[in-house]
Write a protein that binds this ligand. Structure first.
Ligand SMILES: NC(=O)c1ccc[n+]([C@@H]2O[C@H](COP(=O)([O-])OP(=O)(O)OC[C@H]3O[C@@H](n4cnc5c(N)ncnc54)[C@H](O)[C@@H]3O)[C@@H](O)[C@H]2O)c1
Length: 433
């Protein structure tokens, strides 16, 4: 079974299925096509598969030309037809792993995907989970559902975990140039999974188990969450002392060893850093362990929008205005610079908190012209981006989109509260938070 699989990979005869054509799954799917593999992309969202079939992209940093080129090869097949899973040799899963209302892992997407796979599962297939999750998921959740097919893991099919390290819109690192960690439930499983990924990435990093691979991803994201919390705490502390944290970071990062810069902001956003650490917190409870560092980091990071609101009140006060009734424009709804991804964005929390204090709040984001339905902030659905004009009492820079660097502050003459150190203080109208 292994030899046959490896041969198919080597000869590029293997068919690669990718389930979940989002920020992670779509570039992965395209990578295999670009390396000469037939690659079928599965999604339950027909709008997405139809859009891809007609050569359109729904992700800003993935160009329509790239989709059209993939379609021309006839190797790229976006579909909602899960019976085509039978045609795949490897099935890679990249579906969402959010938290539920109680901040516990929401495993529904993974479970329903595995439920959709098992009726089509074939002997000799490899199934790899890529979604970020707690250690144990592949063995405890994925394999039992797949075995409902009557097939046995490592006798009839292979199971593996390989975390995604995608950094959307980072021109320095793409799917191909980021090393990929791979863990499987057996040595043969590891060899076949490793063979699949070594065809598309610069380097694979085989590890001894799926649990190690799952834990590696969480460690990477927890490292970021904790360090961002630390720098956020330092920002508040230094600000009270009249010291600019941004200048401190620039100076500190000249140390050639033992320091890595992290940057403060209005809070955490995106599908990863605010969520993933709590997958471990939840699992750790099963072992009677309290993950205090993670909890503390979460607490500090979640308090940052309150800090920005406090600063907003102080700035308005300097201009003799109360928060109640003031018009506030938030620049940037995406959670990070130059992307169109607004999931978990701190800008939403800022909007809600400012409105709760009586402000009239609008947002501007060239990459999010209209707010799509969100799970946490459904009331903002349909709200549209506003023009940057002088009709506001305060403008808050929440996302460091490059386009905001060109704002003519002199002409605008509106106080600006900058949470990203984006603009230079030209006329005493720029404040930091
Ligand atoms: N976005 C990132 O930068 C990033 C980076 C590293 C890891 N991850 C992880 O990768 C996973 C996917 O994240 P994403 O950002 O690509 O999510 P996404 O929301 O952009 O995409 C997920 C896709 O899965 C589809 N989907 C949902 N349920 C499905 C089902 N049952 N069957 C088929 N398709 C289904 C959705 O329609 C959507 O197109 C998550 O676990 C995330 O934590 C994301």
């Amino acid at each position: 079974m292994k030899i046959k699989f490896l041969k198919k990979i080597e000869n590029k005869e293997a068919v690669i299925g990718v389930i979940g054509l989002g920020y992670v799954g779509l570039p992965l799917n395209l990578c295999f096509v670009e390396k000469g593999f037939r690659s079928i992309g599965f999604d339950i969202d027909k709008i997405k598969t139809d859009s891809l079939k007609s050569g359109k992209s729904y992700i800003k940093h993935i160009s329509p030309e790239r989709i059209q080129k993939a379609l021309q090869t006839k190797l790229f097949e976006p579909t909602t037809n899960f019976s085509k899973l039978k045609e795949c040799d490897a099935i890679l899963i990249a579906v969402p792993t959010p938290l539920n209302k109680n901040r516990e892992p929401e495993m529904g997407y993974i479970v329903s995907t595995c439920e959709a796979i098992y009726p089509h599962l074939q002997k000799g297939q490899l199934v790899v989970l890529e979604s970020t999750t707690y250690p144990g998921t592949t063995v405890e959740v994925v394999v039992p559902v797949l075995e409902k097919s009557g097939l046995k893991v490592d006798e009839d099919f292979y199971a593996a975990f390989s975390p995604e390290r995608e950094d959307p819109n980072n021109p320095q690192y793409t799917t191909e140039t980021i090393p990929k960690v791979v863990g499987a439930t057996s040595q043969d499983g590891l060899e076949v999974a490793n063979a699949v990924y070594s065809k598309i990435v610069v380097r694979t990093v085989p590890v001894s188990s799926t649990q190690v691979a799952e834990a590696t991803k969480l460690m990477e994201n927890i490292f970021r969450a904790v360090n961002i919390a630390l720098v956020n705490e330092l920002k508040v502390t230094f600000m009270k002392m009249g010291i600019d944290i941004w200048e401190v970071i620039e100076a500190a990062k000249t140390k050639p060893f033992g320091f890595m810069p992290f940057y403060p902001g209005p809070g955490l956003g995106g599908h990863c850093i605010p969520i993933d650490p709590f997958y471990l917190t939840w699992k750790a409870r099963e072992y009677g362990v309290a993950t205090k560092f993670i909890e503390l980091a979460g607490e500090i990071n979640r308090s940052m929008p309150d800090f920005v609101v406090q600063r907003a009140m102080e700035v308005l006060n300097e201009f003799g205005k109360p928060m109640k009734g003031s018009k506030v424009l938030i620049l940037g709804l995406a959670y990070k610079a130059n992307v169109d991804d607004d999931r978990e964005s701190p800008s939403y929390f800022l909007m809600e908190k400012l409105e709760a204090k009586g402000a009239i709040v609008e947002y501007n984001d060239p990459y999010v012209p209209v707010i799509k339905p969100t799970r946490e902030h459904p009331h903002y659905k349909g709200k549209k981006t506003a023009e940057i004009t002088d009709k506001y009492d305060l403008i808050i820079i929440s996302t460091a989109h490059d386009v905001y660097k060109n704002i003519d502050i002199e002409k605008l003459n509106v106080p600006i509260l900058d949470t990203r150190n984006l603009v230079i203080n030209v006329n005493k109208m720029v404040f930091k938070a």
